[in-house]
Design a protein around this ligand. Structure first.
Ligand SMILES: C[S@@+](CC[C@H](N)C(=O)[O-])C[C@H]1O[C@@H](n2cnc3c(N)ncnc32)[C@H](O)[C@@H]1O
Length: 248
């Protein structure tokens, strides 16, 4: 990637370029850790052009879902927005969600996620769809998970890895404007964040601007992987009293 990324600080630019380089891979199979105690998603497939979740915050989000399944999604209908390889949707399908919709704008990601739903034998309770945010999503959900691009600048065109890492703030803003139409009244949205990325795509900054409350549920300082430093997971709810029209 040779984009100049003018909206980022020098440190952020260096981080993006480093992460982008490390995410250039062919088709790989990884044993993706779900806990610190040996549970893994064995031979989880990641396609070229799709983010390898083992190297970034996605991994901690998968672990968070794995440990909080009963409270968040067992027996429920859930949405994995920006599914990439399908990791969060597959963890939810394996850990008790009744119905999982996985969606992404990238054709490669959608095919990758579909393959993993088959590989982990959860295809019969998963629907994988391609679209821009909620474009091809129907109905309402008890839980919506979105591991969104963290760094606040424009990605170069036709670069799906860059588009997984970079957005100037329009994506999170559109997501938060639309999400309540797809969320049960008492439903939850989960969004992780890497603090090194700055404020533009920080869910705790954006949520109150869109009628949502963000509660920090998890903080850690990552010592390994590509995103070193503070990582957060937020649970978002709608502000009580807010009304909106849902699609059914
Ligand atoms: C940070 S990656 C997360 C991938 C995967 N969920 C994970 O945790 O490894 C962000 C994902 O959002 C997708 N994305 C970017 N823009 C999108 C849009 N407008 N609509 C839907 N998905 C989008 C990217 O293709 C990418 O797969």
């Amino acid at each position: 990637m040779d984009a100049e990324l003018p909206a980022l600080s020098k440190t952020q630019r260096e981080q993006v370029l480093h992460q982008w380089k490390e995410q250039q891979h062919g088709r790989i199979e990884i044993d993706l850790p779900l806990s610190g105690h040996g549970e893994v998603l064995p031979k989880f497939v990641v396609w070229p052009g799709v983010l390898n979740p083992a190297l970034v915050t996605a991994r901690y989000l998968a672990t968070y879902l794995y440990y909080n399944n009963e409270r968040l999604f067992t027996g429920k209908r859930v949405l994995d927005m920006g599914t990439g390889s399908g990791v969060q949707g597959i963890v939810m399908a394996l850990c008790g969600a009744t119905e999982v919709v996985l969606t992404d704008i990238s054709e490669g990601a959608v095919k990758n996620a579909q393959e993993n739903t088959e590989r982990f034998s959860v295809w019969n309770r998963c629907a994988v769809v391609q679209g821009d945010l909620f474009e091809n999503v129907q109905g309402v959900f008890d839980l919506i998970v979105f591991n969104h691009p963290f760094f606040g600048d424009d990605p170069p065109e036709d670069d799906s890895i860059a588009a997984s890492m970079l957005n100037p703030g329009t994506l999170i803003s559109r997501f938060m404007d639309e999400v309540l139409r797809f969320l049960e009244y008492s439903g939850t949205i989960i969004m992780p964040f890497y603090s090194g990325a700055g404020k533009t795509n920080d869910p705790s900054v954006q949520a109150p601007l869109h009628g949502l409350k963000a509660k920090r549920m998890f903080r850690m300082v990552a010592q390994t992987g590509l995103q070193l430093g503070e990582i957060f997971i937020y649970e978002l709810k709608q502000h009580r009293g807010r009304t909106h029209t849902r699609r059914r």
